[in-house]
Design a protein around this ligand. Structure first.
Ligand code: AMP
Length: 249
């Protein structure tokens, strides 16, 4: 059982130090997790990390971290534009996201391996990722695509709540807190992410539908694509994820 990788360097950027405190898995995994927002990639990533090791690297987490931790200083113009796009549920420009990943290339070559979650989302990002990985002499093991019906995804996203203090995740129906509106772990206030509000959900799903097919095709052609039906509960979905990873050995 591994604990979540130390992601300080990933969240903060190239200047940050990653304290490599967790046990190193016998085999570093290099996986891309694909699928629409709300399909459960983040939950599966946590389970993969716990069982197989690797660092969970989410581009959405970098933007959310930047939004929370500007520390009173104004974000750079590129980051301010990115955060405004995120709030509306739109995709951030390829140039900004690729640069953000490129400057964290050390995270892609580290001994823990990685699970990229939320990147690549467009064909240009997929091609750019291959270039970045080539530079650090790494190759993908697989691109795992999670799919589920849109009605289910909307239900999952619109019911999602997160603790304002410790970021623990809840769902009003599937994983309610013991006391409504309060975090079980720290008592913090539970809030809905701006981009989980109805208008932003529609925009996010639209953005996904407009860009996903070329990315899936790109990985299918390379023989890297694996497909998983994510409409079941997290443990049954993870049984499929585990089977796929074990076959890659
Ligand atoms: P996520 O948590 O992956 O759903 O990402 C949250 C938001 O961050 C997205 O709705 C986008 O605004 C932005 N974002 C994250 N990753 C990317 C990406 N690879 N390309 C463009 N925008 C992204």
């Amino acid at each position: 059982m591994y604990s979540l990788g130390n992601r300080i360097a990933w969240l903060q950027g190239p200047g940050a130090n990653c304290a490599k405190t967790n046990p190193v898995a016998p085999r570093p995994w290099h996986l891309v997790l694909l699928g629409p927002p709300g399909v459960g990639k983040g939950t599966q990533a946590e389970k993969i990390v716990a069982e197989f090791g690797a660092c969970h690297l989410s581009t959405g987490d970098v933007f959310r971290h930047a939004a929370r931790n500007s520390g009173g200083t104004a974000p750079s113009p590129a980051m301010a534009t990115a955060l405004a796009a995120m709030k509306r549920g739109e995709l951030v420009s390829d140039a900004t996201v690729v640069e953000l990943v490129r400057e964290r290339a050390d995270c892609l070559s580290c001994q823990y391996g990685f699970l990229l979650d939320g990147f690549p989302r467009t064909i240009d990002q997929a091609r750019a990722l291959d270039g970045i990985l080539g530079n650090v002499k790494r190759k993908l093991d697989a691109a795992v695509n999670y799919f589920a019906p849109e009605t289910l995804i909307i239900e999952r996203l619109s019911g999602r709540r997160v603790c304002k203090q410790c970021r623990a995740g809840y769902h009003v129906a599937n994983k309610p807190p013991r006391q409504a509106g309060r975090c079980d772990a720290c008592g913090g206030e539970l809030i809905q992410r701006d981009d989980d509000k109805p208008e932003a959900i529609r925009t996010r799903l639209h953005a996904y539908a407009a860009t996903c097919n070329p990315v899936l095709e790109y990985y299918r052609k390379q023989g890297l694509l694996r497909e998983i039906d994510a409409s079941g509960d997290p443990d049954s979905v993870f049984a499929q994820t585990r089977a796929i990873i074990q076959k890659l050995v």
